[in-house]
Design a protein around this ligand. Structure first.
Ligand SMILES: NC(=O)c1ccc[n+]([C@@H]2O[C@H](COP(=O)([O-])OP(=O)(O)OC[C@H]3O[C@@H](n4cnc5c(N)ncnc54)[C@H](OP(=O)(O)O)[C@@H]3O)[C@@H](O)[C@H]2O)c1
Length: 336
């Protein structure tokens, strides 16, 4: 991607920096001399990260499954007042195969609560600090499965937000479109939300005169060899199926990306200056064949390109995560 020119030391704030792609990116960013703030689910994760990466890494607690924790973390960061050069919204989970929904502390379906709502809550509250950063940018980890025409996106029920009936209902709705619970679709929908939120954030930033690049990206399929990682919750529901899937996709067909390389792609997006930065870009790590991939700028799905849906999703989500008057510390210029 872009030019090899890398910004000197940047302050990078990541969600999802305690495992998988985010942890690999954090390791590489640290080695390159950048300053990191890694939001951690709990004190155990924070202790583990500081033990590995060193005490210079800031590890505030932020449980993305609890909006109160997100609000408290954002307030702590605002109180600290350190500008953010790159905000990376990367945390995510999936629990494929589950028959029943899991719920966030406020009663939202967990996949959408963590992958989308908590990130919009953070974004709205941290825009002021991001606007104060140097050559600021926003990076959001999405997935190709948001697109029903992609190879992963066409397996099972496709992503689709309908009229957002579930989001309008709020807590207790199992799916954003108001349909019956389907764990795989909930994940695809949450990744569609990532793209729509990225596009709407870029539009609002431009409107507010804050032209900073918003970079959404898809890492490709990343199945680590060790226990844990992204498929840990799905494995609980279908251990044999997940083992077979890993064997075929990773070891036989070689369709997967390594965590190290995916982390390098994320670290690059967080720190490398695009040659001709656009307000919004979507980068995808496309499979070309066994063991061959190309990281390239591309178009998100047709639904992800809907301006009206992006605006409606932002506004409805904001009503749940940022009720009027609950955005302390945003710069006056930051869009709401
Ligand atoms: N792996 C893939 O094949 C793949 C493909 C496409 C897109 N993606 C996307 O890539 C991103 C990173 O995934 P990954 O593969 O690196 O998965 P991972 O190893 O499971 O990492 C997920 C990260 O999200 C954090 N997280 C989850 N729930 C949280 C919560 N309630 N509060 C705070 N943090 C929470 C995890 O924290 P803990 O360490 O505390 O659990 C972890 O740091 C996700 O957005 C995912 O959707 C992954």
């Amino acid at each position: 991607m872009a030019t090899p020119q890398t910004n000197p030391s940047r302050h990078v704030l990541l969600t999802g920096g305690s495992s998988g792609i985010g942890l690999e990116a954090a390791r590489q960013l640290l080695r390159a001399g950048h300053q990191l703030t890694l939001l951690c689910r709990d004190a155990a994760a924070a202790d583990r990260l500081r033990a590995e990466l060193g005490a210079a890494v800031a590890t505030p607690i932020c449980d993305l499954a609890d909006l109160e924790s997100v609000v408290a973390c954002a307030a702590e960061l605002q109180g600290r007042g350190q500008p953010i050069d790159t905000l990376v919204l990367n945390a995510g989970l999936q629990y494929s195969g589950a028959k029943a929904p899991r719920w966030s502390a406020q009663g939202f379906e967990l996949t959408v609560a963590v992958n989308h709502l908590a990130h919009q809550a953070l974004l709205q509250r941290l825009l002021g600090l991001l606007a104060a950063g140097s050559a600021s940018r926003l990076v959001i980890t999405a997935s190709e499965v948001h697109d029903p025409s992609s190879s992963g996106g066409k397996v099972g029920q496709p992503a689709g937000l309908g009229t957002l009936a579930g989001l309008k209902q709020g807590p207790g709705a199992a799916m954003l479109d108001g349909s019956a619970f389907n764990a795989e679709k909930a994940y695809k929908d949450s990744k569609l939300c990532n793209l729509l939120m990225a596009r709407e954030a870029a539009r609002r930033l431009q409107e507010a005169g804050l032209a900073l690049p918003v970079l959404a990206w898809s890492p490709g399929l990343v199945i680590p060899r060790r226990e844990g990682g992204f498929f840990r919750y799905s494995r609980v529901h279908n251990p044999a199926g997940q083992a077979l899937f890993a064997l075929v996709a990773r070891d036989l067909l070689q369709l997967t990306e390594s965590p190290q390389r995916a982390g390098a792609l994320l670290a690059g997006l967080a720190t490398t200056t695009p040659e001709q930065p656009q307000a919004f870009e979507y980068w995808s790590n496309r499979v070309l064949g066994p063991g061959r991939r190309r990281f390239e700028r591309t178009e998100p799905s047709a639904e992800a390109r809907s301006d009206g849906l992006a605006r409606q999703l932002w506004e409805l989500s904001a009503q749940h995560v940022c009720p009027a008057g609950a955005e302390p510390g945003d710069s006056p210029a930051a869009p709401h």
